[in-house]
Design a protein around this ligand. Structure first.
Ligand code: SF4
Length: 273
C-alpha cells in the first residue's frame, strides 16, 4: 500500500478540465486496482506522500502501475513492425505512424526482405503520413542494410548480441538516435534498457530529479542503476511515463491536481491546473 489514494473515473473527452473534478473524502486502498477503464480516464489523486524506503523512481513506478496496470506495449504484430514503428514515430504522433504501418501492411512490406527490395521512392510514398517521409524511408533502408550486412538479415542473430555491443552498433546506423535505439532494444529485442523521451525529461525535471541539461546517457544510466527491474519492468515503466505525459504532464498547464504523481512534487508547478 502506497499512501492513501482517491480513485475517480471521469469521462475522457475534450472538455475535461481538472477544475471539473468532483471532490470526495472517500479514500480507498488501491492495492487491488489495476488496469484502466475503457473509454475513461482513471484519475488517482495521491493524498499522502509515499515513504516506502524504495528508490524514488521505483515508487513512481509502483504508483503508476497500481493505478493504470499493464500497458501491453509495444502495439505491433512482429519485432520488425516494432522497429519500423520506432523509426517512423520520430517527430510525429502515433496516429500518423499507424496510418503508415497500415499502408505497409497492405502492400505486404512489413518484412526485412520486402523493405530491402522496394525502391526508396516508393517506400517514401507509402509512409508519407508519418512526416519527414523521404528521410524516414532512407532510415528504414539503412537499418535493413545494417541487419543484412552485419547479421545476414537475421533479427534473431542481431538481438542475441549483448546489449553493450549491439547498442553502439545501432547508434551508428543512419537515423537511429538513442531513443530509437533503446526502443528497438527494449521492445523488439527484450534488452534491459531504459528509454528516455521528452515525457521522461519533463517529468523528471518538474519533479527535480534531473537537471534540465542532463544528457540522454545520464538519465538512462540514472534509471538503469536505480531501478531493480528486469526487461518487463522497463517495458511497463516507459509506457506508463508516456501515459502520464500524454494525459497530465503537458508542456503547458499540466494537470497536476489529477495526476497520480502529484504527491511526489517538491513544489507546485507554475501554471498547473
Ligand atoms: S502533471 Fe504535475 S504531478 Fe504529474 S508528472 Fe507532471 S508535474 Fe508531476
Amino acid at each position: 500500500m502506497i499512501g492513501q489514494w482517491l480513485i475517480l473515473d471521469l469521462p475522457l473527452n475534450d472538455g475535461y478540465r481538472a477544475k471539473e473534478m468532483p471532490t470526495s473524502t472517500d479514500f480507498i486502498d488501491i492495492s487491488n486496482v489495476a488496469g484502466s477503464v475503457p473509454h475513461q480516464l482513471q484519475v488517482a489523486v495521491c493524498v499522502a506522500p509515499a515513504d516506502s524506503g524504495l528508490p524514488i523512481l521505483q515508487q513512481y513506478f509502483n504508483v503508476l502501475y497500481k493505478t493504470y496496470g499493464p500497458q501491453k506495449w509495444w502495439p505491433a504484430r512482429t519485432r520488425f513492425e516494432i522497429i519500423v514503428g520506432a523509426i517512423l514515430t520520430q517527430n510525429t504522433s502515433w496516429r500518423n505512424v499507424e496510418r503508415a504501418i497500415r499502408a505497409l501492411r497492405r502492400e505486404r512490406l512489413l518484412t526485412l526482405a520486402a523493405i530491402a527490395k522496394i525502391s526508396t521512392e516508393r517506400l517514401a510514398t507509402l509512409i508519407r503520413s508519418s512526416g519527414y517521409f523521404r528521410q524516414k524511408a532512407r532510415k528504414l533502408k539503412a537499418f535493413v542494410n545494417f541487419v543484412r550486412e552485419q547479421y545476414r538479415g537475421s533479427l534473431g542473430r542481431m538481438f542475441r548480441t549483448p546489449t553493450a555491443a549491439l547498442r553502439p552498433q545501432l547508434l551508428a546506423v543512419h537515423g537511429i538516435g538513442p531513443e530509437t535505439a533503446d526502443s528497438v532494444l527494449l521492445y523488439a529485442g527484450n534488452h534491459r534498457v531504459f528509454v528516455v523521451d521528452a515525457y521522461t525529461r519533463r517529468i523528471l525535471g518538474r519533479h527535480e530529479l534531473a537537471h534540465t541539461k542532463s544528457t540522454y546517457e545520464e538519465l538512462r544510466r540514472l534509471a538503469e542503476k536505480s531501478l531493480p527491474f528486469e526487461v518487463q519492468g522497463f517495458n511497463e515503466f516507459h509506457a506508463l511515463i508516456v501515459y502520464v505525459g500524454k494525459h497530465f504532464c503537458r508542456p503547458r498547464a499540466p494537470i497536476c491536481s489529477a495526476c497520480p504523481l502529484n504527491c511526489f512534487l517538491v513544489r507546485p508547478i507554475e501554471g498547473a491546473l
